[in-house]
Write a protein of this length. Structure first.
Length: 82
C-alpha cells in the first residue's frame, strides 16, 4: 500500500516536472508555461508531502504529519518551481 502511494507520487511529480519543461515561442506562452509550472510544483509538492507525511505516526499524529507534509511540500514545490 505504501509502495503504491510512493510510486504514484513519484510518477505524478515526474510528469508535472516534465510538463514544465516545454519550450515557448512567444512571451505570452512563456508566461503561461511559467504559471503552469508554479501551480504544478505546488500541487506536486503537496501531494508528495502528504504521501510522505501519511507514513509517519498513527492516529491523530498521522493526521497532523499528513497536514504538515501537505503544507511543507506545497511550499517547497512552489519555491522550487517559481
Amino acid at each position: 500500500m505504501i509502495k503504491t502511494k510512493l510510486i504514484t507520487g513519484v510518477v505524478l511529480a515526474a510528469s508535472m516536472t516534465l510538463a514544465g519543461c516545454q519550450t515557448a515561442s512567444t512571451p505570452q506562452t512563456q508566461a503561461r508555461n511559467h504559471e503552469f509550472g508554479c501551480v504544478a510544483g505546488t500541487i506536486g509538492g503537496a501531494v508528495i508531502g502528504g504521501l510522505i507525511g501519511s507514513t509517519i505516526g498513527s492516529g491523530r499524529g498521522s493526521v497532523l504529519a499528513t497536514a504538515a507534509g501537505i503544507g511543507g511540500g506545497g511550499y517547497l514545490g512552489n519555491r522550487l518551481a517559481c
